[in-house]
Ligand binder design. Structure first.
Ligand code: NAD
Ligand code: TYD
Length: 352
């Protein structure tokens, strides 16, 4: 039975990864280390409560004593690091926490993994560290071309700079000590359990409540949208079969300008809720984000050729599934937007 240290898995992608893995593998142990920042929500993991294959530990990836203790207790086969401060706008107003968690936290995990897995000059067989990174480390594209794994890193925001820095440390541990690592760099994810500070859940919630829809700049910035379950599958495939020391881009020609996404959500909700108060009049063009990257686009040829992964969910299908989920989980949304989700885990802890 394989044991994984998964970090940040009370957040959006991580919680989806927990469901994906527990669904796929009967015999598995996932130790989920999450600090439960504003972005961590134990309600995301309600569906695995009581499942002995998932062990939740509240804690910080920067905490050396705690992480070393977990390594001693569980003898991890894999570390998959999702934990991060993940929102670009927050990084513009408060960069320091991004350095703390994204850079120093990653280095702490690497160091603890090395302490546990590297003995007398050799690495214990079958261990691997996987860093969940982002296409934003490559910077911004013009109208043509795609990010390849060989594209030089050129981050612009404090968020992407912290992720690029972490990637460099991961590679440094591989190049210096021979640590078995992979890095995945994915495009913008969407799907269930995403915190409504990010474009798609924010717009779904605002449209539903007839609130203004803040579109930055001219609305023509382009993102390459990836359905979260497809991303989870890619991470598992890279952990299992990725060549040691390699980077894999994960994305898939699902590029859309932001204004297209917003108008799609308006049209969908207008038709489905039969609500005449929902219209494009809700759109409000607002001041652009500072240093706003114009376009992201991933070339996923390497992961397709080497591991057989491809993005199975076309945007038209994924966005309907996503809207379905948010409509069916309005209580989740109201707990998140009211702050009640924080109370939910306080109560859960008090009861344990
Ligand atoms: P998220 O913000 O939804 O969740 C982050 C999780 O990490 C939360 O549960 C939070 O409590 C936890 N966390 C934060 N600081 C921590 C710390 N110091 N110690 C332990 N846990 C901590 O993020 P997400 O969207 O799920 O992203 C997961 C990973 O994927 C991140 O590394 C992010 O950079 C990367 N990524 C995300 C996207 C995207 O579209 N969401 C795209 C590319 C890459
Ligand atoms: P976001 O979801 O924050 O992801 P990222 O910045 O990591 O790509 O934003 C996606 C795009 O949507 C980005 O170009 C910024 C834009 N955006 C808006 O126009 N309005 C908003 O309110 C938000 C949150 C984002």
């Amino acid at each position: 039975m394989k044991t994984y240290l998964i970090t940040g898995c009370a957040g959006f992608i991580g919680s989806n990864f927990v469901y994906y893995m527990l669904n796929k593998y009967k015999e598995i142990r996932l130790v989920n280390l999450d600090k439960l920042t504003y972005a961590g929500n134990l309600e995301n993991l309600k569906g695995v409560e009581g499942d002995p294959r998932h062990i939740f530990v509240q804690g910080d990836i920067c905490d050396k004593e705690l992480v070393s203790k977990l390594f001693a207790e569980y003898d991890f086969d894999y570390v998959i690091n999702f934990a991060a401060e993940s929102h670009v706008d927050r990084s513009i107003s408060n960069p320091e926490i991004f350095v703390q968690t994204n850079v120093l936290g990653t280095v702490n995990l690497l160091q603890c993994a090395k302490d546990a897995w590297y003995n007398n000059g050799s690495w214990t067989e079958g261990k691997k560290y996987v860093q969940v990174s982002t296409d934003e480390v490559y910077g911004s594209l013009g109208e043509d071309g795609y990010f390849m794994e060989t594209t030089p890193l050129c981050p612009h925001s404090p968020y992407s700079s912290s992720k690029a820095s972490a990637d460099m440390f991961v590679m440094a541990f591989h190049d210096t000590y021979g640590m078995p690592v992979n890095i995945t760099r994915c495009s913008n994810n969407y799907g269930p359990y995403q915190f409504p500070e990010k474009l798609i859940p924010l717009m779904i919630n605002n449209v539903k409540n007839h609130k203004k829809l803040p579109v930055y700049g001219d609305g023509m910035n382009v993102r390459d949208w990836l359905y979260v379950e497809d991303h989870c599958k890619a991470i598992d495939m890279v952990a299992e079969g990725g060549r040691v020391g390699e980077v894999y881009n994960v994305g898939g020609h699902n590029e859309r300008p932001n204004i297209f996404i917003v108008k799609t959500i308006i049209a969908q909700l207008h038709d489905r809720l039969k609500d005449e108060g929902i219209s494009e009049d809700l759109i409000e063009y607002v001041a652009d984000r500072l240093g706003h990257d114009r376009r992201y686009g991933i070339d996923p040829t390497k992961i397709k050729d080497e591991l057989g992964w491809y993005p199975e969910t076309p945007f038209e299908v994924g966005i309907v599934k996503t809207i379905d989920w948010y409509l069916a989980n309005q209580e989740w949304m109201s707990h998140v937007t009211s702050g009640d989700y924080l109370k939910y885990y306080e109560d859960m802890y008090k009861n344990k």
